[in-house]
Design a protein around this ligand. Structure first.
Ligand SMILES: Nc1ncnc2c1ncn2[C@@H]1O[C@H](COP(=O)(O)OP(=O)(O)OP(=O)(O)O)[C@@H](O)[C@H]1O
Ligand SMILES: [Mg+2]
Length: 408
């Protein structure tokens, strides 16, 4: 994998003139103790991570945990107290001002929460403004700006003024401005923080759709764990300036590293974290030219009361045991199968398949070529959604079975 940005042991302390805070931090004192005893604020505490090309890396944490400080060190707005931040060959923690300017021009662009659109400039001028600063000729910059407005679906509004657009649309203009620079890395600090929930959802979907096409390297800051889970290929959870866990949404939800993370994930919407592929099991299946007898053998082997019927790998029907039992053993399955079986994509999130699952029939799971790769039942979905984060429980803390329970 191609690493686009590598942060190595980055720390940032505020007001640490004598280095007293740094030495206490190295000895393991907490952020709070250090502040109380010395007045030094720990902004970032020894953070290391790599961001890979094309991924959305989300940094998530409560207010004051150090997200903004970290993201500002990444583009050189703040110099860390110690550590390295490598973007290509440049260490933005220690490079010259010229080198930094070069990195900002070519490699990394920041999209802020408040986009500060110029109210008297048109949407197009706003988007093109950064390119103008770079000295790009009018015709070229307008072309690039229009192009990036088209990416966010706003090319028709090029000549409008910002206040003629809704909040969400203004947000997209901010995004288009970031994209117009065509940076290798896009830094986004709570870009959707000021939006109302519905528009926020819309923007999240928009960013996901855009990312499918653009494959940008994005570092995205949020204090909303649901947003982090929806957007992040990987998520880092920050507390008191340190990373407490880094992983995929599935990893963090199924194995929170400590009580702090566990408390966070307790009220997460699991149906938007887990995909069909996370819970699908092997399917019993037969080819369309098989016989009832073949199908019964397969169902016996798989201990299943139904089998999917496939043609060239694609599910075309569903066969139920009782139907196979009630006909002649040599009957072709295509004559007794139920056509148009329920099908879901392995890439779908569980919240997208609720409705389809309500038939109660286990659904065929298909890959991107439409071929059968497994099966998923309503029970499997409910089980995954019900199981909270694994609790550390010892065997003897399990409630004892009530004695003398009378069988119904
Ligand atoms: N310029 C500064 N001088 C002193 N302390 C600072 C400065 N900037 C940030 N801090 C402190 O560093 C810590 C991290 O702040 P930061 O703004 O990075 O948090 P955040 O995670 O972005 O919070 P929020 O979600 O509220 O934006 C806080 O304790 C804050 O008080
Ligand atoms: Mg912040």
């Amino acid at each position: 994998m191609n690493v686009k940005l590598s942060a190595q042991n980055v720390s940032k302390l505020f007001n640490d003139k004598q280095g007293e805070g740094a030495s206490r931090l190295a000895k393991g004192q907490s952020k709070e103790e250090i502040f109380r005893e010395t007045g030094v604020t720990v902004g970032i505490n020894n953070v290391s991570f790599d961001v890979n090309e094309g991924e959305i890396f989300v940094i998530m944490g409560l207010s004051g945990s150090g997200k903004s400080t970290l993201v500002r060190t990444l583009n050189g707005l703040i110099r860390p107290t110690s550590g390295k931040i490598l973007i290509g060959d440049t260490d933005v923690a220690s490079c010259s001002k010229d080198a930094l300017r070069d990195v900002r021009r070519k490699k990394i662009t920041m999209v802020f929460q408040h986009f500060a659109l110029f109210p008297h400039k048109t949407v197009l001028e706003n988007v093109a403004f950064g390119l103008k600063l770079k000295g790009i000729a009018r015709e070229d910059r307008n072309k690039a700006a229009l192009n990036s407005l088209a990416k966010v679906g706003l090319d028709a509004y090029a000549d409008s003024l910002p206040d003629q657009l809704s909040g969400g649309m203004q947000q997209r203009v901010g995004l288009a401005r970031g994209l117009a620079n065509d940076p290798e890395i896009l830094l986004m600090d709570e870009p959707f923080g000021a939006l109302d929930p519905l528009i926020r959802r819309e923007m999240q979907d928009e960013l996901i759709g855009l990312q499918r096409e653009l494959k940008k390297t994005i570092i995205f800051i949020t204090h909303d764990l649901n947003e982090a889970m929806i957007l992040g290929d990987r998520i880092a959870i920050m507390k008191d300036g340190a990373f407490v866990q880094v992983g995929t949404a599935q990893e963090i939800v199924s194995e929170p590293s400590d009580d702090y993370v566990r408390a966070f994930v307790a009220d997460i919407d699991r149906s938007r974290v887990f995909k069909v592929s996370d819970i699908a099991s092997d399917a019993a299946w037969v080819n369309a030219d098989a016989t009832a007898s073949d199908a019964l053998k397969v169902m016996d082997r798989q201990k299943s009361d139904l089998a999917y019927v496939v043609r060239a790998g694609v599910p075309v029907g569903l066969l139920i045991r009782s139907d196979a039992m009630e006909c002649a053993r040599t009957t072709p399955v295509r004559d007794i199968m139920h056509a148009e079986p329920p099908v879901v994509a392995e890439e779908a999130y569980l919240n997208e398949v609720y409705a389809a699952a309500q038939t109660g029939v286990p659904m065929a799971v298909t890959n991107e070529d439409g071929k059968l790769v497994g099966v998923v039942s309503q029970e499997q979905i409910f089980e995954q959604l019900a199981s909270g984060p694994a609790e550390e429980e010892s065997a003897d803390s399990e409630p004892a079975a009530p004695a003398g329970k009378v069988a119904e």
